[in-house]
Structures are given as structure tokens and as C-alpha cells.
Write a protein that binds this ligand. Structure first.
Ligand SMILES: [Zn+2]
Length: 359
């Protein structure tokens, strides 16, 4: 049994306060160790080969997402989305399928708000990837939730990832990865601030991977105990300068909407609205704001268009075709992304073809 599995098994029996302090010590150490490559890692800004830019010639793309971890998060979700909407934004909301009751009317309301519903694992118990058999067992139920909720996107609990296994879910996109985030239990970042295509076995089979590129709220405000949004602003400015995707995850579970002093596990919700206001005032008209499924659809279409154009012309385009355009710095091997390698390796379990990941 791995340390991680022991952690998840004992977690329900240990008071939160006892778990939090070691996490804070660890986070502070990691922050120091990674002061040169977090929150922005040099090299991750490199554009995908053949990249033509965002629609409407926007400078950068913006995708907002939320993970609802437990019943408290569900309770606070409405207020958060209303606040977000009042600032002129919308988002993808990821729910844990079997941890709390999520009614049809709730999901309908989210759709009416112009937002999107995604699946954030089954139980958030750290066991999704425990073994291939366990994953396959859970995949059947996850696929059912995806269909019932009319969802096309998935995010693994705790950002654990096995990109080669995810093909079984029949996703349009996954968003369980990040450009760089040393604070995660599985800290291997994909080292790019652009989405990318993860190929399956068949031609055109695969899904779009949308890595998050802004630090998580829990890391900044609960673990590192930051008292403002400077890191978010700094990273956003860097992404805008490099014309990448700004993808943010926040959790209503940790947001405090009241005036009362917040607990050790919450932060003022106004941090989130302050950040939205910063985006709007500083970058008005310069960003392409879409839902995750819209971003995935754009990426998929662009890839197809490039591939078709190459077939028609019979020669290489000045924009390389989908099959040639390699996303810089990432590949899949042994079920993990390999930062720094431009081509894919063969999975140790024989599940992956040695083909490049493409735009
Ligand atoms: Zn989560």
C-alpha cells in the first residue's frame, strides 16, 4: 500500500487541524525550493508548433473552473456563481459524483447560468487509480454520470493522473493536469501553458487536455496563507505576455462569503471577485473567455482543420499539420506525461502507441 493510500484511508479519522499544519510546513519548504520555477516556469511559454493564435486575435484565453469537494462547497456554489456572473464571467463546475446529492434541478440551474457541469471523480477518496481493475470498475460508473449529466469533461480528484487510462471514459477533454504545481501529490507538470491533444489508439481518437495554469486557491490562501491575490495577478500577466491559456481552479468549499473572521480552512470570497475585476479592468477586450468544453471543441476543430488542409494540399503547410505539430515539452510514457520530450514513448504496459501528441 502506498503512502498516498494510507493518507486517504486515515484522513477521515484525523482532525483537519492536525493534517493542515504539516501541509503548511511542506508548502512553505516547496515554495522556497521552487522559487525559480513556480508559479511561472521558464520554457512552458513555448508555443505549440504551428500555433496560429486564439480566435478573434485575442491575446490570451481565459477558462474558469471550480471543484466542489463536499456538501459545504455545494451549499456555497450558488453564491459563488452569482458573484461570478455579476462580474460578467462563467465557468465549468466539477462535482464529485457519489459524495453528496446533486439534483437534476441544480444541474439545470447551472446550465441556465451559462455554466457547464463536469465530473470530479466518484468519491474523492484517492483510490481511482489504485489499480487498473479498480479504475475500470469505476470508469463504468463515471461514464454513466457523464452521460446522465450531459458532461463531456473530467477532472481527477487531487489532480492524480493516468492520461493513457482516461481514454476509457470517452471524454472530449480532461483537466487533471497543470503546467507547474510542485504542491500537488503527483507533481509532474505538463510544462506548457497551452492545451494539447492526447492521442488514443485509433486515428482521430483521443481527448483534449486542458492544464490549469494559475495556482489553486487552496495552495495560495490555505497552505501558503497569502493575504492577497498578488501571485494570481503576476502569473496572469505572464500568461498574457506569452499569449497562453489562463485556466483557474477555485473551490467554493474554501470560500468565506460572510464578514465574520474566516476559519483556518477558508479564505475571503472577495479574493476571487478581486481577481475577476483585475482581469476585466486590466485586459478588457484582450482575452477569449470560454467554457472548458468550448475550449476543447476549438482545439479539436483546429487540429482537424490542419490535418485536412495537409491532405488537400499534398504537401506540408507553412502551418504544420495536426499529425506533425508536436506540442513542445510533453509526451506520454508509462502512463505519465514526460516534460521535455517532444515525442511520445511506448507505455510499459503496451497501452500507448509511440506517436507524438499533437495540436
Ligand atoms: Zn477535488
Amino acid at each position: 500500500m502506498s503512502l498516498q493510500q494510507i493518507y486517504y484511508i486515515t484522513k477521515p479519522f484525523v482532525p483537519d487541524t492536525l493534517l493542515l499544519q504539516p501541509r503548511r510546513w511542506r508548502a512553505r519548504l516547496l515554495e522556497r525550493w521552487h522559487r525559480h520555477d513556480w508559479p511561472a516556469c521558464p520554457g512552458t511559454e513555448k508555443k505549440p508548433h504551428g500555433w496560429c493564435g486564439w480566435p478573434h486575435a485575442k491575446r490570451f484565453a481565459l477558462v474558469l473552473t471550480h471543484d466542489v469537494e463536499g456538501p459545504k462547497g455545494l451549499e456555497r456554489c450558488r453564491e459563488m456563481l452569482e458573484l461570478e456572473r455579476s462580474c460578467g464571467f462563467r465557468s465549468g463546475v466539477f462535482f464529485v459524483a457519489e459524495r453528496y446529492a446533486l439534483s437534476d434541478s441544480w444541474r439545470d440551474w447551472i446550465a441556465e447560468m451559462g455554466c457547464e457541469v463536469g465530473v470530479h471523480g466518484l468519491r474523492h477518496d484517492g483510490m481511482l487509480y489504485r489499480s487498473r481493475a479498480e479504475f475500470q470498475k469505476r470508469a463504468i460508473r463515471i461514464r454513466r454520470y457523464l452521460a446522465n449529466w450531459k458532461s463531456v469533461g473530467f477532472r481527477s480528484p487531487s489532480m492524480h493522473h493516468r492520461p493513457d487510462w482516461l481514454h476509457e471514459l470517452g471524454l472530449q477533454y480532461d483537466c487533471s493536469t497543470f503546467d507547474v504545481d510542485p504542491f500537488q501529490p503527483q507533481p509532474d507538470g505538463v510544462k506548457t501553458i497551452f492545451p494539447f491533444w492526447v492521442s488514443g489508439h485509433e486515428e482521430d481518437e483521443g481527448y483534449v487536455e486542458l492544464p490549469y495554469t494559475l495556482p489553486q486557491d487552496f495552495t495560495l490562501f490555505i497552505e501558503l496563507r497569502q493575504k492577497g491575490i498578488d501571485v494570481w495577478k503576476r502569473k496572469l500577466d505572464w500568461i498574457a505576455q506569452n499569449k497562453g491559456i489562463a485556466l483557474l481552479i477555485t473551490h467554493p468549499d474554501y470560500m468565506d462569503f460572510g464578514d465574520r473572521p474566516h476559519s483556518r480552512r477558508t479564505y475571503p470570497a472577495r479574493y476571487y471577485t478581486e481577481f475577476l475585476e483585475y482581469i476585466e479592468t486590466r485586459y478588457a477586450g484582450q482575452y477569449w473567455h470560454v467554457l472548458p468544453r468550448e475550449m476543447a471543441s476549438f482545439w479539436r476543430q483546429t487540429r482537424r482543420m490542419h490535418a485536412r488542409a495537409e491532405v488537400n494540399s499534398g504537401e506540408a503547410l507553412d502551418v504544420p499539420s495536426g499529425s506533425q505539430a508536436v506540442i513542445t515539452g510533453t509526451s506520454v510514457s508509462r502512463g505519465r506525461f514526460n516534460p521535455g520530450s517532444p515525442t511520445a514513448g511506448t507505455g510499459a504496459d503496451g497501452l500507448l502507441e509511440p506517436r507524438p501528441r499533437t495540436l
